[in-house]
Write a protein that binds this ligand. Sequence first.
Ligand code: FAD
Length: 503
Amino acid sequence: MAKIAIVGGGVSGLSAGIYAQLSGHTATICERHNVAGGNLTGWQRGEYHIDNCIHWLTGTNPASDGYRMWETLGALGDVDVYQPPTLYTCEENGASISLNADLEQTKNDMIKISPDDKKEILSLVKAVEMVQGMSGIAGKSHNERYSKAKIAISVPSLIKYYDLSAKDLAQRFKSPLLRQFICSFLSDEFSSLALIAIWAHFCGENGGLPKGGSLAMANRMTDRFRSLGGELLLKTEVIGIEREKNKALAINLSNGDRISADYIILTADPAVMFDRLLDIPMPKQLKKLYNDPQLHRFSSYQCAFSCDTAELGFSGDLMIEIPPKYRSLLHNEAFALREFSHEKSFAPENKQILQALCFCDENTSRDFINMRNDKSAYNAEKQELAATLKSLIEAKLPHLKDKLACIDVWTPATYQRYVDSQIGSFMSFALPKGRLPIRQSNRIKGLDNVILATQWQQMPGGLPIAADGGKKAIETVNELEFERYQAKERTEKTKRRSLQAHT
Ligand SMILES: Cc1cc2nc3c(=O)[nH]c(=O)nc-3n(C[C@H](O)[C@H](O)[C@H](O)COP(=O)(O)OP(=O)(O)OC[C@H]3O[C@@H](n4cnc5c(N)ncnc54)[C@H](O)[C@@H]3O)c2cc1C
């Protein structure tokens, strides 16, 4: 059985480590921080807990393929999953529309708001229902055989959306509120198919929130890895990979140590790892993605507010439009305000924590990263963002006036520093219109025993893609080990034959 060294203890790395141990290998994960989880994390600010990651976790429906993977990884299983009644809400001129867990209700609410858009609404809902039945994207009546048949019949209903971005799709609606409802949840460049997939998961009870939030899930995966005998080295940065011709021999650590391994699995952003750890170029197909002008990476800045009342007046994510005069300051046209009333331990009794999230494009992300070189300018920018967001929240929800206090602000520069992704992006490329999320190979030409397990190999990234990347890396190790075993058997057989021939 093989000795495997894993660079990075995020979800990809923990998944690779767990599947490695389950396959009988011995895995060591090196993680530069003092806690594993990567982007799947959270932190305390006084009495408040900030949850960095999970807005929806696909694979929470026990009937889905994804659930089995999360169960194996210790992420789900005995854990309560909260199924929010709504994922997000948009409001305009006193009217509002939510993505309700009950798709039928969402459909009826949309038609009520804009009967003139009925044809588009029915077409969209049909596409969502089609996707729900596909394998791995379980609806309430998930069934493997039925799912495969559905893939074939769903194609015509989905083709129209393949060529539409969420923004293009929004423009087909007459109602301004429905337009906002369609295009505000994802950043502009996303394919409308990505939106359809989110609706399908959420309304198929397959996009819930595991109890305890992101950090608790990361901790459960960490415990699972350790309980299987895996070794997790925290505060351990990998600074190089030693190789001889097409074989990697060991990883070098910032503390001067060296860990030899039969296989090395890389889980962080390839744009950084190939520059820093390896002296060979990134695989061509992967490089193409980074150089493709159609593909965009994105990040966000966020601001957390303590809230002096438990009476919020909304649930899930409330999408708040940014008035034009603030758009250049806030770098976007809308932001999402998120509440956590389902997590009683995240805030003191009768209080709440609210998080405002605003997506940033690549240029804005780079600006934040550069700005951080000047700490006082960076801190002043963060203060201004927080003050402006607070005033916009109070304008939208006047009953919260004087009840909000900013407790933290973090930006693409924070993500860049924390997980060492090139421009602070925490998922991979946004899936654009006209493209399918095909997974890139995990092999590196010219380096036989280094395997990639990164979310960057499949748009748009996210937790299930990260976890699946770790699983697939170990499947590759198992295949290579089997090939090695077969080659050894062949050699020994030949030796035996030649010995017999001589005796
Ligand atoms: C605000 C936000 C909201 C999100 N919402 C969702 C959501 O609702 N649903 C969803 O599915 N996904 C969501 N995601 C995305 C999800 O968090 C990521 O897709 C996933 O965590 C990626 O995991 P990873 O292990 O591939 O990479 P990372 O999380 O980037 O982990 C890489 C790890 O490698 C470590 N590392 C890097 N270089 C080295 C080195 N040289 N030596 C040692 N260690 C190293 C880093 O410290 C890090 O821990 C969200 C992310 C954020 C930030």
